[in-house]
Design a protein around this ligand. Structure first.
Ligand SMILES: [Zn+2]
Length: 311
C-alpha cells in the first residue's frame, strides 16, 4: 500500500513520513508521539494522521522547525484531529505560523502581496503556537530532544537531534533538490553556511532532510550544500562584477539585474511570480552578506538601489 511505503523507520521508534516534504514521528511513553513538522497542507496532515493510526500512536506535541508554509501547512488539520496537541516553534518563526500572511507580505517588501504569492506553498492556514522553544535540551511529551540552531535557510530554524537521528529540516537539501534549485533558498547566508558546519559536526547515524532521502553521510551532505550555496554566492558576486567592469555607464547593477544575470548563469527556474520572489529574497540575502563582507557596496542612482564591487 502506498501509504505504508511513505513511512520509513529511521531508528528504533523514530519514523519519517516521506513526501515532497518530510515530517517525523518520534514515539514517546505510553503509545504517545512527538511530531516534527506537518507538511505542506491538509493532505499531509491526513497522511501523518494515517501513519499515527498505523503505528497506534497519539501525538502530544508538534514541533515546527521553521515558518515556511510547506513545513506547517498540516498543523490546522492535525489540531482538528488532536485538539490537545501542544504546538511549539522557535521565536520569530512562531509569529509567522500564527499570522501566515506574513510570509507573502515579506516576500513582497511589506506591501499587500500579489495573489500569486498567497498559494499554499507560501501561505498555510494559521496555527496557534503554544510555546516558543530555543536551541538546547528539552523534554517534549516525555521525549528527550536536543534542539539545534540551524538558522540561515530561515531566520530562526531549529533542527532536532533525538538518539542517533538528526531531523535537519531545511538546514540541508537532498542532492535532487540542490540540482533542481541551484540557488538554495536562504534568508541569512552567513548563518546558512555556519549551519552546514553544524550539520557536518552533528554526531548522528542518520539524517532526515526536509526534502529528499534520509542519508547517513552528514558530512557529504553538508559539503554538497556548502558547495551549492558558495557557487550561488560566486554567481551573485560575478553578476555585480560583470557590470562594474564591463559597462562604462558608471551605473551599478540593481537587485533585479543581478537576479536576471544569475537566472542565466545558474539556470534558475523563474517562470512564476512565487518562484521569482523566492529567488529575489535569496539573491537579496547573498547581496546583504557580500556587503557585510565588504565585497560590494550599495548606491542610490537614478532612483534605483544599485550594487557595485567594492574598490
Ligand atoms: Zn524552508
Amino acid at each position: 500500500m502506498a501509504r505504508e511505503q511513505s513511512i520509513v523507520e529511521l531508528s528504533d521508534g523514530i519514523h519519517a513520513v516521506r513526501g515532497g516534504v518530510n515530517t517525523a514521528i518520534i514515539e514517546g511513553p505510553g503509545k504517545t508521539a512527538v511530531l516534527v513538522d506537518s507538511g505542506q497542507d491538509k493532505e499531509y496532515g491526513k497522511r501523518i494522521a494515517r501513519a499515527l493510526a498505523d503505528l497506534g500512536l497519539t501525538p502530544t506535541a508538534l514541533l515546527c522547525t521553521h515558518s515556511h508554509a510547506d513545513h506547517y501547512g498540516g498543523n490546522a488539520y492535525l489540531l482538528t484531529r488532536f485538539p490537545e496537541l501542544e504546538v511549539l516553534a522557535p521565536p520569530l518563526e512562531a509569529n509567522i505560523i500564527r499570522s501566515p500572511e506574513l510570509e507573502p507580505i515579506y516576500l513582497f517588501h511589506g506591501a499587500a502581496p500579489l495573489p500569486e504569492l498567497q498559494g499554499k506553498w507560501l501561505k498555510a492556514p494559521a496555527s496557534p503556537v503554544h510555546r516558543e522553544v530555543e536551541a538546547g535540551r528539552v523534554t517534549l511529551g516525555g521525549v528527550d530532544l536536543e534542539l539545534i540552531d540551524t538558522s540561515g535557510h530561515a531566520h530562526r530554524q531549529l533542527g532536532v537531534l533525538v538518539n542517533d537521528v538528526f531531523i535537519a529540516a531545511d538546514a540541508v537539501f537532498g542532492a535532487e533538490t540542490l540540482q533542481r534549485y541551484p540557488l538554495p533558498f536562504g534568508q541569512d547566508i552567513a548563518r546558512q553556511l555556519a549551519t552546514h558546519d553544524v550539520v557536518a559536526a552533528t554526531r548522528a547515524r542518520i539524517m532526515l532532510p526536509g526534502h529528499g532521502a534520509p542519508t547517513r553521510d552528514l558530512e557529504g551532505s553538508a559539503a554538497d550544500n556548502r558547495r551549492a550555496v558558495t557557487a550561488a554566492a560566486d554567481a551573485v558576486e560575478a553578476a555585480v562584477v560583470a557590470v562594474a567592469t564591463g559597462g562604462g555607464s558608471g551605473v551599478g547593477r540593481s537587485t533585479e539585474d543581478v537576479l536576471a544575470h544569475c537566472g542565466v548563469t545558474l539556470g534558475l527556474d523563474m517562470d512564476d511570480l512565487a518562484r521569482y520572489h523566492l529567488n529575489y529574497c535569496a539573491v537579496s540575502a547573498h547581496l546583504g552578506n557580500l556587503r557585510s563582507q565588504g565585497r560590494v557596496t550599495t548606491h542610490l542612482e537614478g532612483g534605483r538601489l544599485t550594487w557595485r564591487s567594492a574598490p
